[in-house]
Write a protein that binds this ligand. Sequence first.
Ligand code: BGC
Length: 686
Amino acid sequence: MNSQKTIHGKLSCLSLYAASVLLAACASGVKTPDSYLDAGLPVHARVERLLKEMTLDEKIGQMCSYVGEAAHVSTPNADEELRYVLSIGDRADLVKQGKIGVFIKVADYEKANDLQRLAEQSRLKIPLLVANDAMHGHGMYEGAVTIYPTEIGIASTFDPAIARRIAEYTALEMRATGNHWTFSPNIEVVRDARWGRAGETFGEDPYLVSVMGRSMIEGYQGDDFSRPGNVLACAKHFVGGGIAYNGLNGAPADVSERTLHEIFFPPFIEAIRAGVYTLMPAHNEINGIPCHAHRRYLTRLIRGTWNFRGFFVSDWMDIQRLFSVHKIAATEKEADKIAVLAGLDIHMHGPGFLDNVRELVEEGSIPMARIDEAARKILHAKFQLGLFENRYVDSSRVQNTLLKKEHVDLALEAARKSIVLLKNENHVLPLDKEIPSIFITGPNADSQALLGDWATVQPAENVTTVLEGIRRSVSPRTKIDYLGFGHQAPPGDALLRRARERAALSDIAIVVAGENSLRFDPDKTSGENLDRPSLEPAGGQMDLLKAVKSSGRPVIVVLVNGGPIASPWMAENIEGIIEAWEPGMAGGQAIADVIFGDCNPGGRLPLTIPRTAGHIQSFYNHKPSAFHRGRFYRSGREPLYEFGFGLSYTEFRYSQLRLPGKIGIKDNLEFGLTIENTGGLAGDEV
Ligand code: BGC
């Protein structure tokens, strides 16, 4: 049986090769009317024509992705992973042979153009798909771009239109720089506040996550990603990373099938309804099966039942890890087989995959139909994106698109809408701009940690830090005293004493605390692969807060963070607390606008803030039995702040609730009410 299949495989390769020799004439010369190069043909016809011309290697080549720049590998196992990054010479050869379909993390538009030029030298001239993690702006691009708040802040706006516009503008900046595919949105539901990636999600509520995810997908892809400003979106990571053991990225998740259906699946179902074209499985295993090997979910459930029409991309090195970490494969080749049979279409990333998969097809272990299916979907995207006609970008478009005024304005608008006011004792906020003196300190006061994960450091003039925002906002007569403070280093008694003494000399103290998830920052305290053992701010920040408080001056804490920060001490003792999340490049201005009342904060928490790490998991839609017996020793069971919580500088009155007289069990409930701003300031109410 096996040998028959082998012979069949070899024969079909030969016949494909013969056909491809014929085609080489068309590809390199005139476009004959029925060639796949004829832009007048419908996309599906072009795909089928091209597929007929391709060799097995060329088809598998479409499934192969490589990293553009070795320097970007900064994961905990970087040395190990560098083995999979090719030298420039090797990459060039493979592209010219049509053995690479996708590049990820290409540094800039010139490098993207260089790679496309190589692809144009290949036999069939198939353009490359260029992908990056543009999660909240095109932040991994090596050049100045617009950086918006991270997803947790976008979710706090509860405004899907903002999410859609952010995605739309991000897509424009991506296309202007030769990128066509973003690994966004992250639509995982967070159920463990320690997870370092909480900031890249829309929080704990499946409905809010679904709505925000859909909006971003629509913003990236437009109707069908055929417009020159569209990119492919990627719904990730399927599934359960937000509830892995100990909140650790990539650790196993054990979740009941019922909870998967009620909580973790709905955002993915909604993403597919919204037309998302690509989907990425999670690093972790789910109920004992690594997501990258999960044929029942990827192929039967997602493709079959949910009718997903696009393609799956593996996460970073996760096919290899079926062998090296999950240990369900005896070799990398077996890992490739398991993943491709489970339904994976693109391998992220590195060499080995193409040879292994070719052998597996020739041995009869992977059916040719599976390879055709993958190649067909990838080629469909390339045609639909218009890459066969338009693969290069020109520098004038780059300059006119990056940091366009409306993008930068949106970064400020989104940041202002995302800020949540957690505490405002005795109306300490907003401050008067004529305040004589302010003491300001904390690791995030003058730091680009505002940008969050999936962003690299931006030119200083493009980012407004909190210190700069405050300086710009106050009267020229206000004296500002700034004391620097690190994220991680223990502060030492002398520094704490100085903080207390200098706070005591000012009218108010502002401590900008929190986390730092800036991608390549050596001083980072959270983010991907950096999870949090405590919910209090890292390093010596609690000591700093206590020292400043002991000055006797009123204190305002501004939190800059992706995952929830919880300190019962802070909640009790600090007069004003502003949750700014990771508000992006205009964040410092937005925070200053809130501090001085130019903006009335209207953001609401998209997740529950547990009282302490011991209260994990905390979320609003818990089962009725969650608290029917157990109590915490000397601690209330209530969270520190509820999902949806957020104060305002004004007051709102709710009245005239209008409900239907009767609703059926399966009906949606539609209702109306009147909300009136009864305070003295304009404001937003979610
Ligand atoms: C992350 C993905 C990301 C990929 C490529 C992985 O480590 O889990 O979210 O898209 O890297 O950068």
